[in-house]
Design a protein around this ligand. Structure first.
Ligand SMILES: Cc1cc2nc3c(=O)[nH]c(=O)nc-3n(C[C@H](O)[C@H](O)[C@H](O)COP(=O)(O)OP(=O)(O)OC[C@H]3O[C@@H](n4cnc5c(N)ncnc54)[C@H](O)[C@@H]3O)c2cc1C
Length: 379
């Protein structure tokens, strides 16, 4: 059993931290104020090889899940909101295209996606269907040469900044429940697409956008994967994305912990530092231990995937445990800052809010427990 980070990943991590220091940290406060992530930043990430895939001898290959997890933790520690925008582009946009797209679609879009020049998002959730993915109602009607889409995707991260969206829709209404959906790649500049940026209070500065489709024509070749397999494809997309979102959530916990620890070491009340109260020192010890346990779970999930093994159980446990710890440590850290913590522009404010957001993406805590239980019962 080997717990050390592989040497190559350790080198990448140091380079990535230097990249973030130069290209993210000086701008973060401004991006939070404006609630935007400049596309140039994502392009710079792509050009420097930080967007999850790379070109190798003319082929596009996915980076290891462990490397991605380690990089996501360090990015989310600084900004879970920026991290989620990157995660969505890589794991909910580029990855399903890589996994299920035809050779033609991949050749057309992947080279620019991995450089961050073409941005992707995933539109699945509707007002009446979130966890229960099979119940979505967006319609895909067959017409000559393609499909016509009608409906609304209620909550789409990166919907405002993306060029393309992977969208699930009912293409086979008469088929059994599990074979009714297909996945489509939609150009968001198409006629009939409308975007409405929503006023959310989590994962700032990323956007959350409602995408409406009114008679949007999609060419036959933009059907992603197999007709009628949209449900399985979107669930597989969430399963693989549970590892990076667990790492992102771990980074949220670590960012909160470090800020809280710093406060506890420096803030004096009743004539002593907060950290000198034994009650607080026990909390610090408790959170540190539980963060480390959650990290080991994330790494195990990533390692399992990198071994080519079934990682559904590990990924769901990683998501479940990291959300639990991020929620606890986020509130703890905010508490240590007292009243100042409720100010929206206070740096600690984002951590409890973003831990809350993490509990929703790629399946709620209840959904993780459903997956964990199902996998236990298979054993
Ligand atoms: C910031 C943010 C970004 C998002 N980005 C995207 C995106 O990019 N693309 C996208 O498609 N969606 C996105 N979503 C939507 C997200 O995926 C859904 O919110 C999530 O899947 C839950 O669906 P829901 O909101 O409809 O809640 P529901 O599914 O209605 O769940 C409500 C409650 O019921 C519980 N529950 C559900 N099923 C069960 C069950 N079987 N047993 C027990 N309890 C259950 C849930 O745990 C929850 O507590 C985003 C959401 C947020 C908040």
């Amino acid at each position: 059993m080997e717990f050390a980070i592989p040497e190559k990943v350790a080198i990448d991590l140091e380079q990535f931290k230097a990249f973030l220091k130069a290209n993210l940290e000086p701008h973060l406060a401004g991006w939070y104020k404006q609630e935007v992530i400049p596309p140039e930043f994502i392009q710079k990430m792509g050009h420097d090889g930080w967007l999850g895939f790379r070109q190798e001898n003319g082929r596009i290959v996915e980076q290891s899940a462990l490397r991605e997890a380690i990089l996501f933790e360090s990015l989310a520690k600084l900004s879970p909101g920026v991290a989620v925008a990157i995660l969505v582009h890589i794991s909910l946009g580029t990855a399903p295209l890589f996994l299920f797209g035809s050779d033609e679609l991949k050749q057309r879009y992947l080279p620019s996606a991995i450089k961050g020049e073409t941005l992707l998002c995933l539109g699945n959730t509707e007002h009446k269907a979130g966890s229960d993915v099979a119940s979505i109602s967006m319609q895909a009607e067959r017409v000559e040469g393609g499909w016509v889409l009608n409906g609304t995707k209620a909550y789409v991260s990166n919907g405002a900044i993306s060029d393309l969206a992977l969208v699930t829709a009912v293409s086979h209404p008469e088929a059994p429940r599990n074979n009714r959906l297909s996945m489509f790649l939609v150009d968001l500049s198409s006629r009939g697409v409308a975007r409405k940026k929503l006023n959310k209070q989590v994962w700032i500065p990323s956007d959350l956008t409602r995408l409406s489709f009114d008679n949007v024509f999609v060419h036959e070749e933009n059907l992603v994967g197999e007709p009628g397999r949209g449900l399985q494809q979107v669930l597989a997309t969430f399963t693989q994305s549970r590892i990076p979102i667990s790492a992102l959530t771990l980074g949220t916990a670590v960012g909160a912990f470090e800020m809280g620890l710093d406060r506890a070491k420096n803030r004096e009340i009743f004539g002593q530092k907060i950290a000198d109260f034994q009650a607080k020192s026990f909390e610090i010890a408790d959170f540190y231990a539980r963060i480390e346990a959650a990290r080991l779970m994330v790494w195990k999930a990533a390692w399992t995937r990198d071994q080519g093994k079934d990682f559904r159980l590990e990924a769901a446990m990683a998501k479940y445990l990291t959300v639990e710890i991020a929620r606890g440590v986020g509130l703890w850290a905010a508490d240590l800052f007292g009243a100042a913590s409720v100010m929206q522009d206070h740096p600690v404010h984002k951590y409890p809010m973003d831990a809350w957001a993490s509990s929703l993406g790629e399946g709620t805590q209840d959904v993780q427990k459903l997956v964990i239980f199902r996998e236990i019962m298979k054993k």
